[in-house]
Design a protein around this ligand. Structure first.
Ligand code: GDP
Length: 341
């Protein structure tokens, strides 16, 4: 029986990955900052909470990493822990780098001494390319981060390259483009939209306020992306891969799809912060824009080219955009009807 250790087990990807590994017969150990029951809702949602052994892990503390690796002796390590908010990274750049970059260095150092045979996956991010003005991004493009978050993920990727090239660790970075699900945190724009579409349709919220709705993202489904992580660690040689759908939609397009799921068609009027989305059915304004949610720097579009992952890993996303948006709104409708957040 193989053993996997997942850091950041309570996040969206931790839950989907744990579920997938358990299905394949793995023993799964999951680390996070706290093991309190209130953080286990994502594992519970996927009915994986009883089968994952959770433990306390802090990537900024080498001792806690070494202790876990010594105890669990993993065959595979998936590093999904991190400060995952781009907007928070502008306010807390030091903390973001301490966790997302220095923390990864600590993890790799510990793995090199405690379990050098283990295969390691690092969750990197499309944000390392946020400053690139081009079409679909591939692995050979030169990174250009524009946020402390993007910088921290690029630093981590460099650490991985060093440990791979100099010390022979089997370590792979998945350059993950945005990936969403009903378990996405509510601070991300997709969950903010799916939650609002559900709440507005149930008469629990009047309207939704967003930032820049013209930006485009390549949004995939998290359940598909964790399969790519596993495939990377199953290759003969370690390498880095862009994981994306290759298709982009604007935030406005995501709003359209979410509201369509609850039977609303929106007409868009005005420009910039004056833009509004009006219900064709009732004439009510359901979406507004505010400068409050704009970022100091943002990338207009971020689209990935998953060609290499398709060719080498045989990976392709299975869940389409509309299906994913529908799944998210449906889950939020259920949560709200059940009286949960
Ligand atoms: P990110 O790509 O990892 O930063 O994921 P987010 O879901 O947080 O943001 C995706 C894009 O949506 C960014 O370009 C944001 O500027 C844009 N956006 C527009 N309005 C909002 C909003 O109200 N909240 C968030 N989080 N993002 C917004």
């Amino acid at each position: 029986m193989k053993t996997a250790l997942i850091t950041g087990i309570f996040g969206q990807d931790g839950a989907y990955l744990a579920k997938s590994l358990l299905k394949s017969g793995y023993r799964v150990f999951g680390g996070d900052l706290s093991t309190a029951p209130e953080y286990q809702s994502n594992l519970k949602y996927l009915k994986a909470d009883k089968d994952v052994s959770v433990f306390k892990l802090d990537l900024t503390d080498s001792k806690s990493i070494i202790k876990a690796l010594k105890k669990f002796r993993p065959d595979e390590v998936y590093n999904l822990a991190g400060q995952s908010s781009v907007s928070l990274s502008f306010r807390k750049p030091g903390l973001t780098k301490a966790i997302n970059a220095a923390g990864v260095n600590k993890l790799l150092t510990a793995a090199g001494s405690e379990c050098p045979q283990a295969r390691i996956f690092q969750a990197s991010s499309a944000e390392i390319y946020a400053g690139l003005k081009k079409g679909k991004i591939k692995e050979s493009d030169k990174p250009r981060p524009i946020s402390p978050y993007g910088e921290s993920k690029l630093m981590a990727q460099k650490h991985l390259e060093r440990f791979r090239d100099k010390y022979g660790l089997f370590a792979c970075s998945g350059i993950l483009f945005n990936h969403e699900s009903p378990l996405r945190g509510t601070g991300f724009v997709t969950r903010k939209i799916s939650g609002a579409a559900a709440a507005i349709s149930l008469g629990l919220q009047e309207y939704l306020v967003l930032g820049n709705i013209s930006v485009e993202r390549d949004w995939g489904y998290a359940g598909d992306y964790v399969e790519a992580m596993r495939l990377m660690l199953g290759q003969e040689a370690p390498s880095d891969y862009v994981i994306a759908t290759g298709r982009s939609h604007s935030v406005r397009g995501f709003v359209d799809a979410a509201f369509a799921y609850v039977g609303e068609r929106l007409d868009w009027m005005g420009k910039g912060v004056k833009e509004i989305g009006v219900s064709r059915r009732s004439g009510r304004t359901l979406v507004k824009v505010s400068a409050e949610f704009y970022r100091p720097t943002d990338t207009g579009a971020l689209i990935g080219n998953p060609g290499r992952a398709r060719r080498r890993l045989g990976w392709a996303p299975e869940t389409g955009f509309e299906d994913m948006v529908g799944m998210m709104v449906e889950a939020d409708l259920r949560r709200l009807k059940a009286g949960k957040k």
